[in-house]
Design a protein around this ligand. Structure first.
Ligand code: MN
Length: 272
């Protein structure tokens, strides 16, 4: 390249490559891991939908809304009241004028078209660039950057293939439930065996994603390590905000959201 471009401007291919969403007054959450075994967390989410979230223009769920999701036919399962309760709450937000966006997490990457119709939510690609009143940031679940966990990265690549998903979803529901139970048990055992830094995002992978997208601010979940990390990329100040996971069923309770106040990102802790 002989022509110099303004360093702040992303290349056209980068603009074209990433989906974008326009927001005005968003609230970001992730990693609620809703399931029948966590009734207080579900109650807090319903309260959140009627309260905090309803006061915003947009609710963005950046992955792992559910502890697991084995297919949209979960909505037909009479033994699973959680999915329909959550769907109704999201639909209710839409009826109150709140736009709802859902990103796939690693636990619920099978949330599909029927779930979106039932909730009125829009699916967000991972990652997506959000534009909010002139400022931009990158949104992601975060698991794609846990690159030191080679075993997980292989698994992730496999389950994001169309053929793998089609085959899994074509199986009987009981078989899918059994598979998910085994996978969760294996994942828990693996977590105990893996070093702590392997379970976190790789800083260089995050830097690379920010450079490639032309962004310097990022919000993600997945790691359950809520924090604001400030660092530099090519001399620019950069910021990585990690969303908290939710658990209102064990003491001390935890959970929270990220919102905006006076044009700045702010943490919104949620009391029980
Ligand atoms: Mn996750």
């Amino acid at each position: 390249m002989t022509t110099a471009a303004e360093p702040a401007d992303p290349l056209p291919v980068q603009l074209a490559g990433l989906p974008r969403v326009e927001l005005s007054d968003p609230l970001f959450i992730s990693d609620l891991h809703l399931n029948a075994g966590a009734p207080a967390t579900l109650r807090r989410f319903l309260q959140f939908c009627a309260g905090e979230a309803a006061a915003h223009a947009e609710l963005l769920i950046l992955g792992d809304l559910f502890e697991y999701w084995i297919g949209d036919d979960t909505l037909d399962d009479d033994t699973d009241a959680v999915s329909r309760t959550v769907a109704a709450a999201l639909r209710g937000l839409g009826e109150r004028g709140v736009r709802v966006y859902v990103m796939h997490g690693n636990r619920d990457l099978l949330l599909g078209a029927r779930f979106l119709r039932a909730t009125g939510a829009q699916l967000l690609a991972d990652p997506t660039v959000a534009s909010i009143g002139g400022r931009e940031l990158l949104l992601a679940h975060g698991d794609a950057w846990c690159t030191q966990d080679a075993e997980y990265m292989r698994f992730r690549a496999s389950v994001r293939q169309e053929a793998t998903q089609r085959q899994f979803l074509s199986g009987p529901r009981a078989a899918r439930l059994a598979f998910m139970g085994a996978a969760r048990a294996q994942s828990e055992a693996g977590k105990r065996a893996k070093a702590m830094q392997i379970m976190d995002v790789t800083p260089s992978a995050v830097d690379e994603a920010l450079r490639a997208s032309g962004q310097r601010v990022l919000i993600h979940g997945h790691t359950h390590r809520p924090a604001v990390h400030r660092f530099a990329i090519d001399g620019d100040p950069a910021e990585r905000r990690v969303l908290p996971d939710w658990d209102f069923d064990t003491d001390p309770v935890r959970g929270g959201a990220i919102g905006m106040k006076d044009g700045e990102l702010v943490d919104l802790p949620l009391a029980a």
